[in-house]
Design a protein around this ligand. Structure first.
Ligand SMILES: Cc1cc2nc3c(=O)[nH]c(=O)nc-3n(C[C@H](O)[C@H](O)[C@H](O)COP(=O)(O)OP(=O)(O)OC[C@H]3O[C@@H](n4cnc5c(N)ncnc54)[C@H](O)[C@@H]3O)c2cc1C
Length: 509
């Protein structure tokens, strides 16, 4: 049997697996990605890329392309409710329909915008996956290849893979494997990882269809239209505000065939509406949380780690943020710059974040399984914004008091004179930001066992106010933009070398 080998095997070419490929490539790690389907997903699914994820895409050079790709959807904001779309748009007061008329949301977005060089982006997943794929395609991406089974020992993982085109069965030997194989993850099942969370509680059909509603909707764009009648319960989602829509219909799989065309005409309120069904995908409202994200050489990420309802808009975002956290750690260990215990911090840091969003997404569903608008108003701003959590693991050296720029939190954004952001310093490497005593920090950064980029920021008032730094302080940032530690100029060489070794779980400190 043919045997290939690589440092990291990524299983799954959805949005989590594809971004894992880009983050590993950024770190210079060798990998193979396998995906059982022939191409990226044609289903629009996720539509909102939050600010933090946009910051990550900025680091990969993709944020502008994603914004451009999603521009047709961009004006779609707000939730409507009624018995059909035509009647609802005609009878709802014009001052609450249309993108210009959501002042509260837009004021909140503007305020959020000041904390980041990026803003929220609307872009459907069929488009975002295709954009990410284009950037990753020069690497070893094997679509139409399926993982059949695997085993691991203390040194590596051996995966049995089927090339679905040729029917050839072969093995891939890898130092590590990332399970980005989605909600029904066979890897998670084979590892028998215990699950937490509510489980599945409702069946829906995701009906993706084409119908020209541009005249009806122009100037009155909306994000979701909720419908609950004696016959139909579901929600219509805007995809391009013109001729692409999805309707998510609550249904009972036991009851057999669903008259999809008839239902869609009733939802829209146009009995002779011309339309064509593009695809139908059954899915379940589910909250399922993997209680373990690492099993020896295997790491669980994305929906495989935390399946959630779409109502918090975090599924894809959380998956992308998982693999960004993991990639630099795998790279540091593979380059023998960090100890194995650094990889344990992937679980310590990301499992609670995924669990939090998954549980919140469940809370945001009402008794009929639709989004609870009051919860959306309550949490909306928080969900679109920057992370308001801080990591607490051995990959962070934390002091006792809380402030911005505190270890465990994300680096604060500040605009620089050349129009770039403080976030742009990082891009996948360790960065040390010093406010004075540069000659000491220069010497210190050269002595570290891992490459550290030094940023010299002489007496920068806004930065020092933002982070409460002093001229003798330096802030060490990890390759995933999170603050690793605060250092002072007393014994800088010894301090920096020791701190980085501690973060990298190297024992000889
Ligand atoms: C209606 C709806 C709206 C949503 N809206 C949002 C939103 O606004 N924001 C947001 O962040 N999220 C949203 N989500 C959630 C988002 O779509 C998912 O969280 C995201 O797709 C998860 O990506 P993933 O790559 O982890 O998993 P998946 O997309 O499921 O990808 C897993 C991949 O693994 C492959 N695979 C599985 N088994 C194997 C195997 N044995 N061998 C090889 N390949 C395999 C599969 O074919 C698949 O391509 C929404 C979801 C839905 C249904």
């Amino acid at each position: 049997m043919k045997q290939d080998s690589t440092q990291v095997l990524i299983v799954g070419g959805g949005i989590t697996g594809l971004t894992a490929a880009l983050f590993l490539a950024q770190q210079g790690v060798n990998f193979i990605l396998i995906e059982k389907h022939k191409g990226t997903s044609i289903h629009p699914r996720a539509r909102t890329i939050d600010i933090r994820t946009m910051e990550l895409f900025r680091g990969l050079g993709l944020s502008e392309e994603l914004r451009e790709g999603g521009k047709a959807l961009a004006p779609a904001w707000g939730i409507l409710r009624g018995i059909n779309l035509v009647e609802t748009l005609n009878t709802t007061k014009s001052d609450i329909i249309g993108n210009a008329n959501f002042p509260k949301q837009f004021a909140a977005m503007k305020a959020l915008g000041e904390k980041s060089p990026e803003s929220v982006c609307r872009c459907t997943q069929d488009i975002s996956e295709a954009i990410i794929y284009q950037k990753a395609k020069h690497h070893d991406l094997r679509f139409n290849h399926q993982l059949l089974t695997f085993q691991q020992d203390e040194n590596s993982v051996a995966a049995v893979v089927k090339n679905r085109e040729t029917e050839e069965i072969y093995t891939i030997q890898a130092n590590y494997m990332i399970a980005a194989d989605g909600a029904n993850s066979m890897i998670r099942k084979q590892l028998e990882i215990p699950l937490a969370g509510h489980g599945a509680w409702m069946d829906l059909l995701n009906i993706y269809f084409e119908a020209d509603l541009s005249t009806l909707v122009r100037g009155r764009e909306f994000s979701q239209f909720l419908i609950e009648t004696s016959e139909i319960t579901g929600f219509l989602l805007a995809i391009n505000n013109a001729d692409r829509w999805t309707f998510h219909l609550r249904y009972d799989p036991e009851k057999g065939e669903v008259p999809v065309d008839e239902i869609l005409r009733k939802v829209i309120g146009i009995p002779d509406l011309k339309m064509s069904i593009l695809s139908i995908l059954p899915w379940q409202l589910t909250v399922r949380i993997s209680t373990q994200l690492r099993v020896n050489k295997i790491f669980i990420a994305g929906d495989a780690a935390h399946t959630m309802t779409p109502y918090a808009g975090k599924g894809a975002n959380a998956g992308i943020q998982d693999v960004q956290n993991l990639a630099w750690k795998l790279a540091a260990v593979l380059k023998h710059q960090a100890g194995d215990a650094l990889l344990d911090t992937y679980h310590t840091e990301r499992q609670p974040v995924g669990a939090f969003y998954a549980n919140l997404s469940g809370e945001m569903a009402d008794k009929n399984g639709l989004i609870d608008e009051s919860k959306m108003m309550q949490y909306g701003e928080k969900l679109l914004g920057l992370p308001d959590y801080a990591y607490d693991s051995t990959a962070v050296v934390r002091p006792s008091q809380l402030f911005r720029g505190e270890p465990g939190t994300c680096i604060p954004h500040m605009w620089l004179e050349d129009g770039s952001s403080s976030l742009d310093w990082v891009k996948g490497q360790f960065v040390l930001i010093a406010n004075g005593h540069f000659e000491y920090w220069r010497a210190a950064s050269k002595l570290s066992h891992i490459q550290v980029k030094l940023v010299e920021l002489p007496a920068n008032e806004p930065w020092m106010t933002l982070t409460q730094a002093t001229p003798t302080d330096a802030i060490l940032i990890r390759p995933d933009d999170f603050v690793a530690a605060r250092l002072n100029a007393l014994h800088p060489c010894e301090q920096l070398a020791k701190t980085i070794k501690k973060i990298c779980s190297l024992r000889n400190i």
